[in-house]
Design a protein around this ligand. Structure first.
Ligand code: ZN
Length: 336
């Protein structure tokens, strides 16, 4: 097995990607909060840190940091501590180091603000809510607010059942509604929309267009194929398609596409508004944990809680209490 890594998948020679060569691609994204805790442990092995600081705490301050950023962070913190002649790294050093890493040379890696994080969380929660509420929409198997590639958040949406061959009109409409869910959630919560849903719009427009020009699903234009290129359309690409219709039909097609998108947008809005409580809960946990699995989402739906996160919080409180207790014990011993 030959493995290779690249930052520029976009310019790889197609000969490399041919079946039998580098035909498996694994996208290595930025770590989520759990990943950051583990990475921090590695980079703190030979550094002295105030034992009251937990890695969880540092991880929570560093959304969007890569492994290299975290290594840099711990080195900066150690330098700051040494400059002050301290024997161990304190929280103030880490705070200062976070700022340095964010503003400094590492600016090229995308670290985002609290507000951006909120927008992304609600956007991704919007997709998730629609997946839960619509029978045929794709359900979310994993959702994260850690940026992957070009997109802000990332949402692994898969169909409920294997439906590889046939898609009904209703299936396709619900897919579009699911894709629009992110943008609608942003609009409902912030009364504003961001550029984050760019790819969603491309994909939903491509599906709507295919419904009309390839699958003959428009009543007005009838069961006629106007374009054929079905294998690339769902990837959102638009290669030079052979046109076999007049300008007038082109206008009609555009009108129909707009009609479908509009109808789906209204439906998505209705669903989001009806389930706003669920939307807020999912977004809340996304902001806390950053990555939710399907099981996590199911648990939130059923119980309004996420036990694995609540346990972490309980543990942290417990640890804090223990360290207080041990301090007290020390004091008692000294007094004795
Ligand atoms: Zn989206």
């Amino acid at each position: 097995i030959v493995m290779a890594a690249t930052n520029r998948v976009d310019i790889l020679d197609p000969a490399l990607m041919r079946p039998g060569r580098f035909d498996r691609q694994i996208f290595v994204g930025r770590p989520d909060i759990k990943g950051r805790v583990e990475i921090l442990k590695v980079h703190s092995r030979n550094k002295k840190i105030n034992p009251e600081i937990t890695f969880q705490e540092i991880a929570r301050r560093t959304p969007g940091f890569t492994g290299a950023d975290l290594e840099n962070l711990m080195n900066e913190a150690a330098l700051l501590a040494a400059r002050e002649n301290k024997s161990q790294i304190e929280l103030t050093h880490i705070d200062e180091a976070v700022d340095r890493v964010m503003m400094g040379p590492a600016k090229k890696s995308r670290v985002f603000s609290k507000k951006e994080k909120e927008i992304i969380a609600y956007h991704e929660a919007g997709h998730a809510v629609i997946g839960l509420k619509l029978e045929n929409a794709n359900i979310v198997h994993k959702v994260t607010i850690i940026p992957r590639g070009q997109a802000g958040g990332y949402n692994l949406m898969l169909p409920k059942e294997e439906q590889a061959f046939l898609q009904t009109r209703q299936n396709l409409l619900e897919m579009i509604i699911g894709l629009l869910g992110g943008r609608v959630a942003e609009e409902v919560i912030f009364q504003e929309i961001s550029t984050g849903g760019h790819n969603d719009l491309q994909r939903s427009t491509a599906i709507a267009r295919a419904m009309i020009t390839e699958y003959g699903m428009s009543e007005r234009l009838g069961p006629i194929t106007y374009e054929k290129d079905s294998d690339t359309v769902f990837l959102g690409r638009d290669y030079g398609k052979s046109k076999n219709f007049s300008e007038q039909i082109a206008t009609e097609i555009d009108k129909e596409v707009r009609g479908i998108i509009h109808e789906c947008y209204e439906k998505a809005k209705e669903l989001i508004e009806k389930n706003i409580g669920l939307l807020k809960r999912i977004a809340h946990y996304l902001l806390e944990v950053e990555t939710l699995t399907k099981e996590d989402i199911d648990e939130i739906v059923e119980t309004n809680k996420l036990s694995r996160w609540d346990n972490v919080l309980a543990e942290e409180l417990h640890e804090e209490k223990n360290s207080e207790d041990s301090v007290k014990e020390e004091q008692n011993k000294q007094e004795d």
